[in-house]
Write a protein of this length. Structure first.
Length: 310
């Protein structure tokens, strides 16, 4: 019985990699500043060289909780084309994955202000599992004696991104390949499988006054075999410097967001998530924390101020 239970714990740990219920891409609260990670069509859309780094610590205080780091860069390379890349490192419990991707986009003008961009993403995922980190109830059970090291799998993703200086709508699937992990180990056909993550992102900027702008945003993630994830946020941009807002993740968490435009080129942001599930008990964890920094290089001597802040 204990042998079966220990194997079940391993299966749960691997299936939890990146999210609950089924293996999914990493989760972000400040997704509006990290769009290229999920949608290749975003590459070059800001019209400048953009470098963004993000760190997320989820369920702080809970052993083996998810931790994610991302680093992305993208820029226009012509009037219509954009090029970018990203590195994502995601870990939970005994498992970790590193994604390295390149992104290319091509935008078509749809009017005086609007553009529709098509994007493609390609790269590699490196998957590792260190079973030594697990507590084994039966020391004679050698089912998972050998660790999984540097298991490589390709990634191919696509995306659409329509945007103006006040509105955006994106549809994407960062990886269309459903790669199986740990096939035929311990007489089990498979323990984990990459599922296709479908993303819908939507946002709009409104001028409330000369010094205050309001941007509601939505991100929905659909993975077959897992519950729908829906994130709704409301951010306010004050004096073109301070961004403050709140967010709600359906049946999961509420969040507070804060950002500051240090200079025309540099922005820093923080977010805190409070779980609304049983995981929200302070005796279990202290919530989730996220920090990002964005650096941009402008071609023109002075930055052009627009209502856009996505």
């Amino acid at each position: 019985m204990m042998k079966i239970f220990s194997k079940l714990l391993v299966v749960i740990a691997i299936l939890l990699s990146n999210s609950l219920v089924a293996q999914q891409d990493a989760q972000y609260t400040q997704y509006m500043y990290n769009t290229i990670v999920v949608n290749p069509a975003y590459a070059g859309s800001r019209g400048v060289l953009n470098v963004t780094g993000l760190h997320r610590s989820q369920w702080v205080g809970l052993d083996g909780a998810p931790r994610t780091q991302t680093l992305s860069i993208h820029s226009p390379i012509s009037e219509r084309a954009g090029l970018g890349g990203s590195i994502v490192h995601d870990e939970i419990g005994p498992s970790q994955e590193t994604y390295v991707n390149l992104d290319f986009s091509y935008a078509i003008p749809t009017g005086e202000k609007g553009k529709l961009a098509f994007g493609i993403k390609g790269g590699l995922r490196v998957f590792d599992v260190n079973f030594d980190k697990l507590q084994r109830f039966d020391l004679t059970d050698n089912t998972f004696l050998n660790n999984i090291e540097n298991q490589l799998s390709p990634t191919v993703g696509i995306g659409l991104f329509y945007y103006t200086d006040r509105f955006y709508l994106g549809l994407s699937a960062p990886n269309l390949l459903e790669t199986r992990h740990l096939d035929d180990i311990a007489n089990v056909s498979q323990l984990a499988e990459e599922k296709i993550n479908y993303y819908l992102t939507l946002g709009r900027t409104f001028d409330l006054s000369e010094s205050v702008k309001f941007k509601p945003a939505v991100m929905s993630k659909v993975v077959f075999g897992a519950p729908l994830q829906l994130d709704v946020s409301a951010n306010f941009l004050l004096w073109e410097k301070l961004t403050a807002g709140v967010a709600w993740r359906w049946s999961a968490a509420v969040s507070a967001l804060l950002g500051f435009q240090i200079s025309d080129t540099t922005m820093i942001g923080l977010a805190y998530d409070k779980e609304t599930t049983e995981l929200g008990d302070r005796t279990i964890n202290d919530g989730s924390y996220e920090i990002f920094m964005r650096f941009e290089v402008f071609r023109k001597p002075k930055r052009i101020i627009t209502p856009r802040f996505f």
